[in-house]
Design a protein around this ligand. Structure first.
Ligand code: PAF
Length: 278
């Protein structure tokens, strides 16, 4: 596996006679990331994975400071997953002129005011900014993102459209621990009691899937609130059943897809998950 730290190295090391698959990450890699690398390889790409903890997408500076970093382990994970090139840019490589550069700031409209957008002001602008810069640097044919960050995936599809880019955006299924918890870099910050409690997120999503069509949506929403209120280790930030195209809450009888989305805190660790209910 090659390792590149600069755009010049990227340009030298990526064979442009191959299709390039790209897996952008913030490190602290787990099997979910490895599954994205594997998906890119399955498609026959030259696979590039980036590791860059992007400061502009953290609305909470403490979350940025505490974000787990373990580059040595990450490089082993990427190598084992069959990655061809790891891109480890420095902050000044990504933001040579500072982070406020207007031409990289995208407006994602209503997505910025709903759920993740509402609870993490500025988050999607930061994601859009860094993914735009990474796309420009790596110039992939296809880019792979986990469906765990379901709203981010929709935002990145919007970004690719706004850029008029040919890059195909591929959403890949969430990889879960055996007890259902969605894999996340943040999980390693959970203490044992929080880790045990955190299975409630997936539990309520599957319960909602089972209840759909048997109970009204408001009754399902109320039951989820109740389950979190009686849990000493978790604080629910939001749970809703939405239209995945607009992120507007569903009403009973609405036609189309129903998607449940959830965010909760275990101490200061923020967890998110989602599930298509039908
Ligand atoms: O999903 C992530 O890890 C990040 O939001 C991304 C897409 C790598 C941008 O920093």
């Amino acid at each position: 596996m090659f390792v590149a730290k600069t755009k010049q190295e990227i340009d030298r090391l990526i064979p442009r006679d191959r299709k390039v698959g790209f897996v952008p990450t913030m490190g602290a890699l787990h099997d979910g990331h490895a599954s994205l690398v594997a998906a890119s390889n399955r498609d026959g790409h030259f696979t590039v994975a980036s590791i860059f903890v992007n400061p502009t997408q953290f609305n909470d500076p403490k979350d940025f400071e505490k974000y787990p970093v373990d580059t040595e382990r990450d490089l082993k994970t990427l190598e084992a997953a069959g990655c061809d090139l790891a891109f480890l840019p420095t902050r000044s490589e990504i933001y040579p002129a500072g982070t406020e550069l207007d031409r990289y700031i995208h407006d994602f409209g209503a997505m910025e005011n709903r759920f993740e957008g509402a609870f993490r002001p500025g988050h999607f602008r930061g994601v859009g900014q860094v993914v735009h810069i990474l796309f420009e640097t790596v110039r992939p044919d296809m880019a792979f993102f986990g469906e765990k960050d379901f709203q981010q995936l929709q935002v990145i599809k919007q970004l690719a459209k706004q850029l008029g880019s040919e890059i195909e955006i591929k959403g890949m299924p969430t990889v879960r621990e055996p007890d259902g918890l969605a894999m996340s870099s943040r999980n390693r910050r959970l203490d044992p009691a929080q880790r045990t409690a955190s299975t409630l997120l997936y539990e309520v999503l599957t319960k909602a899937a089972q209840a759909l069509g048997k109970q009204g949506l408001d009754a399902i929403r109320a039951e989820v609130q109740r389950l979190f209120e009686t849990n000493a280790h978790l604080r629910l930030e939001y749970f809703d059943i939405i239209d995945p195209a607009t992120f507007l809450p569903r009403k009973d009888g609405d036609p189309g897809v129903y998607q449940a989305v959830i965010a909760a805190y275990a101490g200061d660790v923020r967890l998110i998950d989602n599930l298509r209910l039908d």
